[in-house]
Unconditional design. Structure first.
Length: 333
C-alpha cells in the first residue's frame, strides 16, 4: 500500500509514538480532511494526539490507542487509494470496524467494494460489523429481520439495499410500509385526503428514499406506483410479487397484522422487517407481532435475524450513550 510505520525509541512507556509515512501528499491532504477535521475526530474517539510532519503523521498515545488510530489511518488511506472519498461517517466506521484489533489486510478488507450499495445519489457502506452482516443477509435471504435500538441503520440500510436491487433490475418495485401508530401522543384528526393524513407517519421512509434517489425521480416512481409508501393496514388482500418490501417500526404491528403482512410475500420478492422491541406503542395488553414473529420463525429456512446494540448507533455519538443509559436503568429496575 506504500505506507511505512516506524516506531522510534521513546523516553517512557507513557509516551509512545508511531510514525506513519504516506507517499502521496494529495491523498494525505484528503485523509486529514478540511482543517484536519478527520484527524481531530480520530484523536477524540481513539484518545490519541496526531501531529503532521511533511508527508508523515505521528501518532502519540498509549499502545492500544496508538495501534487503533494507526490502523484506522492506514485503512482510510487505502480507501483513498482505491478512488473513494473519506467523510466523517467513514472515519467513524473505520474506528468501529476493527480499530487496532485488525491486521492491515483486514482493515483494507473493511472497504472492499463488495459491501458497497450503489444508489443514484451516493454509495452506502455498512459502518459496523453488525451492519455488514445485516446487509449480507438481506441479499442472501428472502426474509430478513433487523432488530435493535434507534439510530443503528436498520431501516436506512434496508431501503438502500432495496434501491440497489431496484436499480440493478433484480426487483420491479419498492414497497415501504409501517404501522400508523402514534408514539405516545394523540394527534387527533388530521386534515386533507388519505395520502395527506398518513404521510406524517411515513416521513422517515420518504427521507431515506430521498437520500438515495433524486427528488424528481422519487416523485415519478411514486406516480408510476413503482415505489409505494403505505400504512400496514393497506397491505391486506395483496400479493407483493417482484418487489423489495420493507416493514418499518414492526414492533407496533399486532400479531395478526404481522402474520397478514408476512403472507403477502409473492414470487421474486424480498421482505425486510425492522423494529425496536423497547419502543412498543401498542395499547397495554396487546402483544407485539415482532416478538411473536421472532419466536415463531427462528430456524425457518430463508429467514435471517440480525440484532443491533448501542454500539451500532451511527447517529450522533450521544445517542449511543443515551441508549446505554436507558438500558442500564432497565437492567436495574
Amino acid at each position: 500500500m506504500g505506507i511505512s510505520a516506524l516506531t522510534p525509541p521513546t523516553k517512557s512507556e507513557d509516551m509512545v509514538e508511531t510514525v506513519l509515512e504516506f507517499p502521496d501528499n494529495r491523498l494525505l491532504i484528503e485523509l486529514c480532511g478540511e482543517f484536519d477535521r478527520n484527524l481531530a475526530q480520530i484523536e477524540h474517539q481513539a484518545g490519541v494526539h496526531i501531529l503532521r510532519r511533511g508527508n508523515r503523521l505521528v501518532v502519540i498515545g498509549d499502545k492500544g490507542a496508538r495501534d487503533q488510530a494507526s490502523a484506522v489511518l492506514r485503512s482510510l488511506y487505502a480507501r483513498l487509494e482505491s478512488g473513494r472519498s473519506v467523510a466523517a461517517g467513514d472515519v467513524d466506521g473505520a474506528l468501529r470496524m476493527g480499530g487496532g484489533l485488525a491486521t492491515e489486510s483486514e482493515q483494507i478488507e473493511m472497504f472492499t467494494p463488495g459491501m458497497e450499495l450503489r444508489t443514484r445519489k451516493k454509495p452506502i457502506e455498512p459502518r459496523t460489523e453488525a451492519q455488514k452482516a445485516y446487509v449480507a443477509n438481506l441479499f442472501q435471504n428472502e426474509l430478513g429481520f433487523g432488530i435493535g435500538p434507534a439510530g443503528t441503520g436498520k431501516t436506512y440500510l434496508a431501503v438502500a439495499v432495496g434501491v440497489t436491487m431496484f436499480i440493478s433490475g433484480a426487483v420491479e418495485k419498492i414497497i415501504l410500509s409501517r404501522p400508523a401508530v402514534e408514539a405516545g401522543e394523540r394527534l387527533g384528526f388530521l386534515p386533507g385526503d388519505m395520502k395527506e393524513k398518513v404521510d406524517p407517519y411515513m416521513q422517515p421512509l420518504y427521507d431515506a428514499l430521498n437520500d438515495f434517489l433524486p427528488a424528481k425521480q422519487v416523485q415519478k416512481l411514486l406516480e408510476e406506483k413503482r415505489i409505494e409508501i403505505a400504512p400496514l393496514a393497506f397491505m391486506r388482500g395483496r400479493t407483493l410479487s417482484n418487489a423489495f418490501v420493507v416493514l418499518d417500526e414492526a414492533q407496533n404491528a399486532t400479531t395478526m397484522q404481522m402474520k397478514m403482512f408476512l403472507t403477502r410475500l409473492g414470487e421474486g420478492s424480498r421482505m425486510v422487517i425492522t423494529g425496536d422491541r423497547t419502543q412498543v406503542d401498542l395499547p397495554r395488553g396487546v402483544t407485539s407481532g415482532l416478538s411473536d414473529a421472532e419466536r415463531i420463525l427462528k430456524g425457518v429456512r430463508g429467514v435471517s435475524f440480525n440484532y443491533f446494540t448501542a454500539k451500532d448507533v451511527v447517529r450522533h455519538p450521544l445517542v449511543a450513550r443515551i441508549i446505554e443509559a436507558y438500558e442500564a436503568e432497565e437492567a436495574q429496575g
